[in-house]
Design a protein around this ligand. Structure first.
Ligand code: MG
Length: 258
């Protein structure tokens, strides 16, 4: 019986791959098509945000204050490859890898300021792309979404491919912007099943753009979000998207574990 199932599965795989080959020029094309199927294109209203001042409160853990990045490490034990600019901004260097916190966090209030490049290059997802991966799994999209159409569930302040922001509060390229994130980690049962999904509230430049939404599972470009039991705290990271037109900068990053 096992052999029969195995051979049936093998046949199915061969047929699928033959079909995929017939429909798409190559494997990458078929991946691109699967990724495109989860894009949502709609019009997100624009609002002009007010100015902001948001210094860290006394009980916050400072992750970056314009002077040193010792709260972070690179991937696979590598050193941080990002650079500190003369103005104190911490700027991604193409291919330097993600910026990962040494400390682990779960429920938290997180303040982050970011600046997409003033020198605009690329379009859509190739313009100022980065991301804040809460617990290393749940991405709040960072992107230049000022007059830069892309799929709405992948624009700035989206919970990537899960929740479109309520409005587009993006500032012009080259200006500092802020995210204030209130995150609750998912809760799992003893047997690994999900008890409560993660939730997130997000203010973009002081404007509410995600209102206590349920995160469906880990965010990804292609694969569907499916929760898998994990620790109650994990490191978070800032994404190096790794292509041209994306030297994102960060400053004034602080966090309050809740
Ligand atoms: Mg991203």
């Amino acid at each position: 019986m096992k052999k029969l199932v195995a051979s049936l599965l093998a046949c199915t795989c061969i047929t699928l791959s033959a079909n995929a080959q017939a429909k798409y020029k190559n494997y990458q094309d078929s991946i691109n098509a699967v990724a495109a199927a989860s894009e949502i294109w709609t019009t997100v209203p624009e609002v002009k945000a007010g100015k902001f001042i948001n210094e860290a409160p006394s009980d916050a853990i400072i992750l970056y204050n314009g002077k040193d990045y010792s709260a972070f490490h690179g991937r696979d034990g590598k050193k941080v490859g990002w650079k500190i600019d003369p103005d104190g901004a911490l700027t991604d260097v193409k291919g330097a890898g993600d910026l990962i916190t040494n400390q682990s966090f779960g429920d938290c209030q997180l303040h982050v300021e970011f600046r997409t490049p003033a020198n605009v290059k690329g379009e859509g997802q190739s313009r100022g792309n980065s991301g804040i991966y809460l617990m290393g799994l749940y991405e709040i999209q960072v992107l230049d979404s000022y007059k830069n159409p892309t799929y709405s569930n992948g624009q700035a302040a989206a919970v990537y491919k899960q929740h479109i922001p309520l409005v587009n509060a993006s500032r012009e390229p080259g200006q500092w912007q802020a995210y204030d994130i209130i995150f609750k980690a998912p809760v799992f049962k003893e047997n690994g099943d999900l008890d409560k999904p993660a939730t997130v509230t997000l203010l973009h430049n002081g404007v509410l753009v995600q209102n206590n939404v349920n995160i469906i599972g880990p965010t990804d470009w292609v694969t569907k979000p499916v929760y898998k039991k994990h620790a109650s705290t994990l490191p978070l990271f800032f994404q190096d998207h790794g292509d041209d037109g994306n030297p994102i900068s960060y400053q004034n990053i602080w966090i309050r574990p809740l």
